[in-house]
Design a protein around this ligand. Structure first.
Ligand code: MG
Length: 261
């Protein structure tokens, strides 16, 4: 008891120093900071593990070949990608339907090249693109390496805003479906990230409480702010090098996730 009393003031004295070091440590080098609390890690799929831009480029190439579109696919992609992003934002916000998304992104991109197609041709090309998209299955650099690193330490899951019909094919054809215990697509839920119901449904399917979960994704709005608002921890996959507000864990490459988990 006496010994304890003698040591107690020292322990109290040391405590603030320990906390200060902890703070500095977690900001500068957050090695494994989530390991003691997190049991389940949720990944976004498109642009996070699955190389959407590269696979989309190859799908467009097939569509153009099939429909005899005489536009350079590289040039078209430069125009198409920001248009696609903007349409996806509207789709997430429930402002447009799946059909409007699939039509609009092609019509607008072709308009930029002063090319008009009939609505039927656009619908045919849109359907062909959706068919072709999951046939190309490049993953982003480090995807397999980080899944191998995480798979024995955590239960892994997918939460995706993509369409149910293609997301399962993408996971299977890219050879990563076995890493994941559950896959929740917004289409099944009827709402999209960042809507908290999507995260709630995914966690219910996984059978885990939010305090033990962490979300990794490339959309700051849908994945990071959405998951954070629901009460999950987050790591922003910031491969586009966007400016990130202080206080958010972020990585520029997938393998850097090892620093946190
Ligand atoms: Mg994404």
């Amino acid at each position: 008891m006496e010994l304890f009393q003698e040591f107690l003031p020292i322990a109290i004295l040391l405590q603030p120093i320990k906390i200060e070091f902890g703070g500095l440590y977690s900001q500068k080098n957050s090695k494994n900071m989530y390991r003691s609390t997190i049991t389940d890690v949720f990944f976004d799929l498109d642009h996070t593990l699955w190389d959407f831009d590269r696979n989309s480029f190859l799908a467009l190439k097939s569509v153009f070949r099939k429909y005899g579109v005489g536009v350079n696919v590289e040039l078209f992609t430069d125009v198409y990608e920001p248009i696609n992003e903007a349409y996806w934002k509207l789709y997430r916000e429930e402002k447009i339907s799946k059909e409007q998304l699939r039509r609009g992104r092609l019509i607008d991109a072709f308009n930029d090249f002063n090319i008009q197609f009939s609505l039927q041709q656009i619908d045919d090309m849109a359907a062909c693109y959706i068919d072709e998209l999951p046939k190309n299955n490049y993953l982003l650099d480090g995807a397999i390496a980080i899944l191998d690193y995480l798979k024995d330490k955590y239960a892994l899951h997918i939460i995706t805003n993509g369409f149910k019909e293609v997301q399962h094919i993408k996971l299977k054809n890219s050879g990563i479906s076995n890493y994941f215990k559950t896959v929740t697509s917004s289409e099944e839920v009827g709402l999209k990230k960042p809507n908290p119901v999507v995260f709630k449904t995914a966690l219910e399917q996984a059978g885990v409480s939010k305090e033990k979960t962490l979300m990794i994704g490339d959309s700051f709005e849908a994945d990071i702010l959405g998951a954070e608002a629901f009460g999950m921890q987050t790591i922003f996959y910031n491969y586009r090098q966007e400016k990130v507000s202080d206080g958010y864990a972020s990585v520029n490459s997938l393998v850097e996730i090892e620093n946190y988990l």
